[in-house]
Design a protein around this ligand. Structure first.
Ligand code: FBP
Length: 267
């Protein structure tokens, strides 16, 4: 299946989405380890790397930068997002319409769903409009499926994460982006539960090169379809090296050790 996630955001059926919505979701704190990372242009430049199939940004960055890069990468336009200043139950207000996403050149829309939040019902209704609007404009749908909130005792519990992948299938995502559920076995179950919906792994906070690449290798060997990653790329002093290594692991089926040996990563 996957009628809408064609090779604009996948290559050989796999995706590496460079996510860069952290200035909204987490705030400038994510740029502190390396202040150069606050410059969106630097990250758009990184996304021209062969390993990257699409960039995932909010509409403000798409408006300001994507026009100069539209021939070089796909665009996953993030349709909702919350700042870290919000202190209520997990929620993510919609700030873009599918029509406007299409006008900006999006190949896919991105939508965060917090299953288990007290706002889950409203978010699912908002997702319906976004998902059907995306279909009208021939855009794929990438769901950041992150169960959390009052209904969720432990957001890191593998069963909870697997449930998130399944929600993506049931309500019409082409790609479900999930946190790594802790083991290759649990990732394999998430892949099985999501059927034709592709599953990509979320990058998480910055880990050392070897540990990060081993997790990506585990996810890929479990049947994942790639990753949507931010901090583990853009916070690095030499992000090109990790992108070289990710290209080998995600698209060439290399092991983490082979990728470390074949690139400058890990040195
Ligand atoms: P990372 O690879 O840096 O974790 O980015 C992936 C992502 O989903 C971003 O798109 C988003 O800003 C962030 O993680 C949200 O993470 P959380 O809600 O867990 O703080």
């Amino acid at each position: 299946m996957l009628p809408h996630a064609d090779d604009t955001i996948t290559r050989d059926g796999k995706s590496l989405i460079l996510a860069y919505d952290h200035g909204l979701e987490h705030g400038p704190v994510d740029f502190e380890p390396n202040p150069k990372t606050a410059d969106p242009e630097r990250v758009f430049e990184l996304a021209t790397h062969d390993a990257v199939t699409a960039i995932g940004v909010q509409k403000g960055l798409a408006e300001a930068y994507y026009i100069d890069y539209e021939d070089e990468m796909g665009l996953v336009l993030k349709m909702n997002g919350t700042s870290d200043l919000w202190r209520g139950e997990p929620d993510s207000p919609v700030n873009c319409s599918p029509e406007y996403a299409a006008e900006l050149g999006a190949d896919a829309v991105g939508f965060t769903l917090y299953g288990g939040s007290n706002y889950e019902t409203e978010m699912a209704e908002e997702f319906r409009e976004v998902q059907e609007g995306a279909r009208d404009h021939d855009m794929a749908v990438v769901m950041w499926s992150y169960p959390r909130g009052q209904g969720v005792r432990n957001a890191r519990d593998p069963d909870t994460i697997i449930y998130g992948a399944r929600i993506g299938l049931e309500i019409g995502a082409d790609i479900a982006k999930i946190k790594y559920p802790g083991s290759a076995e649990a990732m394999a179950e998430a892949v099985e539960m999501s059927g034709p919906t592709k599953v990509v792994m979320s990058g998480g906070s910055k880990a050392d090169d070897g540990a990060f690449l081993r997790t990506v290798e585990d996810a890929m060997s479990a049947g994942a379809d790639g990753l949507a990653v931010g901090r583990n790329v853009f916070q690095r002093e030499n992000p090109i090296e990790i992108l070289d290594a990710l290209e080998l692991v995600v698209f060439e089926g290399a092991s983490a050790e082979e990728a470390l040996a074949g690139t400058g990563a890990g040195e």
